[in-house]
Design a protein. Structure first.
Length: 703
């Protein structure tokens, strides 16, 4: 129940859940006294969280009670863009009337000219999937293709395995060999790292595969640094050795896979020597990695979303997903591969988000990763209204130099529902105050663990802030939407969200979830999802060769597609911009959600870029120099750190700082690619070619 109506002086503990874009989805305990949250800590009883919160979420009180919060509706006066205008306070009635009037006028001509832009500011089923999506489905607005993070990898993985189901992170502690493939769990999956550390203490070997020697790679037993975007070739190289040296589980292949001969034919071309030429690794290292992987059945691969953010990302994940079926690693709870486990929860999102409200035919789709192009090039109709919630596109979208041009359009009506005045708010016509997680009720289905989670409202909303659900409930009423689903309370939506996960929560009712705060899904304690096959694919087998992939225009068998902006993919472009840029998460930030927390900003300092000594020397750059990173899309200025942990040919710019926190008003997404991946139109942030120069020698134009 809500804790906002307690007697004075009473102190209670409220169950909470971290809502942010992290696989851990920590269980929190919030202490509340006299209506004020006084403490946030990890729930020690929760088997994954074990009482530990990350650096970011441990500052949640600072986030909630920040003096910089947006607490009232505001209207822009003056020009769009940083420093061009100001915001004046208005009332909720004026804000809602203004928005409803503008949206109704645009919708009368063509509702597809309205585009909602929302991503992972909250992952809750109530405030992300519930009321907000119902509103825009009923309106008939353009449908966002939510491609920024994981689309290529998830869709690629599903063609092989059948669903987003993989190894339970708790069993990594029992693994004998762990491959950290394109992931840095110390930063982005902290509670997996505790299991990996336990496995190492028990004698397991940990191998990191990453172009960058991250904190996790530094602690691994072996670090391999392939060139960005070449992971698919490395996976095929491992297959080649596994097959050539007969490090296979022939029984598992025969019983539980489909298309082995076709996969083997594809792998035949990827000898260790060929793979060495593609990846920049030594041929003997490819052989040694394959032998170690094939020699341990309890071998677990943690593959993360970074490596699928390039032109061949979906197929790279497909190739990696084939490996545990070749060696029989799926037989062991501590074996297999984990991309994410969202599919284990299986909520009926179509029922929750009101897809039945869509017009027939349904509206067009707009790729969120190409929002700059959408705002500057899309016609029939052009986007005339942009409604942003649970996201900050000016900071997080790729090619934000182009996006800025679109956001500066005076004919674009922009509404932003936000907790802070983000970079995106600088371009808004109306800014609305949003609640934090402590001020709202929600249900969560983690994508990295096997627990259903509840977040209770701990305190009353500050100022005039409202949740996503309440905002669109009010707007629906203003727009005259009279369907019953728009009158549901947050608790009614939360109960519905819970009930829609019933197939894997058969013994769990909402009231018991409310009592405990979290409950494990109805799955075996020793969860080995594919020990006996039973893959949720059309054939019921692990599909090395997929008819469903072929039906969508993809190769039936995984293939290697080189990075688009590289010597392999575009030699002429690589000659102009010879360095490949990676923008992994900075440890203190999560996307852009915590960039405004003052204590975190002080600890991490201003943004920087890391460069290998050989690349730095060739450009006359020394440690601490101010440099300009640039390509044909744009440029940003940062200080250089000359370090060995970045392999030659690569730059690493940890992210994401807001643009307004940088001296030049730019961040790394000024240069990142907005091209689409091979599968699902996924984002290709890490398929970005750049050059770097000392600021006093830098080319004055990005072009």
């Amino acid at each position: 129940m809500s804790r906002t109506d307690l007697d004075p002086g009473m102190e209670v503990t409220v169950h909470g859940t971290c809502p942010h874009d992290c696989p851990d989805t920590c269980a929190m305990l919030i202490t509340v006294r006299d209506g004020v949250a006084t403490k946030v800590k990890g729930d020690p009883a929760h088997p994954t969280t074990q009482g530990v919160l990350c650096t970011k979420v441990s500052r949640y009180l600072e986030r909630t009670y920040s003096p910089d919060r947006v607490l009232h509706p505001m209207r822009r006066v003056g020009g769009k863009g940083p420093g061009q205008g100001r915001f004046e306070r208005i009332g909720w009635d004026e804000a809602l009337d203004t928005i409803a009037t503008r949206l109704q006028a645009i919708a009368a001509d063509d509702p597809q000219a309205i585009f909602p832009y929302a991503y992972s500011g909250t992952l809750g089923l109530v405030h992300n999937f519930g009321m907000p999506r119902r509103f825009f489905h009923r309106l008939g607005a353009s449908l966002p293709e939510r491609t920024l993070c994981a689309t290529a990898g998830r869709m690629g993985y599903n063609t092989v395995v059948g669903a987003q189901i993989g190894t339970d992170i708790t069993h990594f502690a029992e693994s004998r060999l762990i491959l950290l493939w394109g992931t840095n769990p110390i930063t982005s999956n902290l509670h997996l790292w505790t299991r990996i550390a336990e496995a190492r203490r028990n004698g397991a070997r940990v191998i990191a595969i990453d172009p960058y020697r991250s904190q996790s790679a530094e602690k691994a037993d072996w670090h391999l640094a392939p060139l960005p975007g070449t992971d698919g070739a490395l996976a095929f190289g491992l297959m080649h050795v596994l097959i050539a040296e007969d490090l296979l589980d022939h029984d598992y292949i025969a019983r539980h896979t489909l298309g082995y001969e076709a996969l083997a034919a594809r792998a035949a071309a990827f000898t260790p020597e060929v793979v060495a030429g593609i990846t920049g690794l030594a041929a003997d290292d490819v052989r040694q990695l394959a032998r170690q992987y094939g020699g341990e059945r309890a071998s677990a691969i943690r593959v993360n979303f970074g490596l699928q953010r390039h032109a061949g990302g979906g197929n790279a994940v497909r190739a990696i997903a084939c490996l545990p079926a070749l060696t029989g690693a799926w037989r062991e709870p501590a074996g297999g591969v984990l991309l994410d486990n969202a599919g284990a929860h299986a909520p009926d999102l179509a029922a929750l988000d009101g897809r039945h409200l869509l017009p027939d035919p349904p509206p067009r789709k707009v790729n969120m990763a190409q929002i700059g192009k959408a705002l500057t090039e899309l016609n029939d109709p052009p986007i005339k209204a942009l409604f942003v919630y649970a996201s900050n596109p000016m900071a997080v979208a790729p090619n934000n130099t182009l996006l800025r041009r679109g956001m500066l359009r005076e004919d674009l009506f922009t509404v932003v529902h936000e907790i802070f005045l983000t970079d995106t708010c600088d371009y808004a016509d109306i800014v609305l105050p949003a609640t934090t997680q402590l001020e709202q009720l929600d249900v969560h289905r983690p994508y990295g663990t096997l627990y259903t989670m509840l977040n209770e409202q701990a305190i009353a909303p500050l100022g005039e802030a409202v949740s996503n659900a309440e905002l669109f409930r009010r707007l629906a009423a203003r727009m005259g939407f009279d369907e019953a689903c728009f009158r549901q309370s947050d608790e009614e939506i939360a109960r519905e969200a819970h009930d829609l996960t019933a197939p894997v929560n058969a013994t769990l009712d909402f009231d018991s979830l409310r009592r405990d705060g979290w409950r494990r899904l109805d799955l075996p304690e020793r969860f080995a999802p594919f020990a006996d096959g039973n893959f949720p694919t059309p054939s019921g087998r692990c599909e090395f060769e997929s008819a469903s992939a072929a039906a969508q225009g993809w190769s039936a068998v995984p293939e290697f597609i080189p990075p688009r902006e590289s010597v392999l993919g575009n030699p002429a472009l690589a000659a102009r911009f010879p360095l490949m840029l990676l923008t992994p998460p900075a440890r203190h930030y999560l996307n852009s959600s915590f960039s405004s927390i003052a204590s975190l900003a002080r600890e991490i300092g201003p943004p920087w870029v890391e460069i290998n000594p050989a690349d730095a020397q060739a450009r006359g750059i020394v440690h601490g120099d101010r440099v300009r990173v640039f390509n044909a899309r744009g440029a940003f200025e940062v200080d250089a750190r000359v370090v060995e942990k970045v392999r030659p040919g690569v730059l690493v710019a940890p992210s994401i700082w807001w643009q307004k926190m940088s001296a030049d008003g730019e961040n790394a997404n000024a240069v990142t690619s907005d091209g689409a991946a091979d599968i699902g139109q996924g984002a290709t942030y890490y398929d970005t070619a750049v050059e770097v120069a000392r600021w006093d020698r830098a080319t004055p134009s990005c072009c």
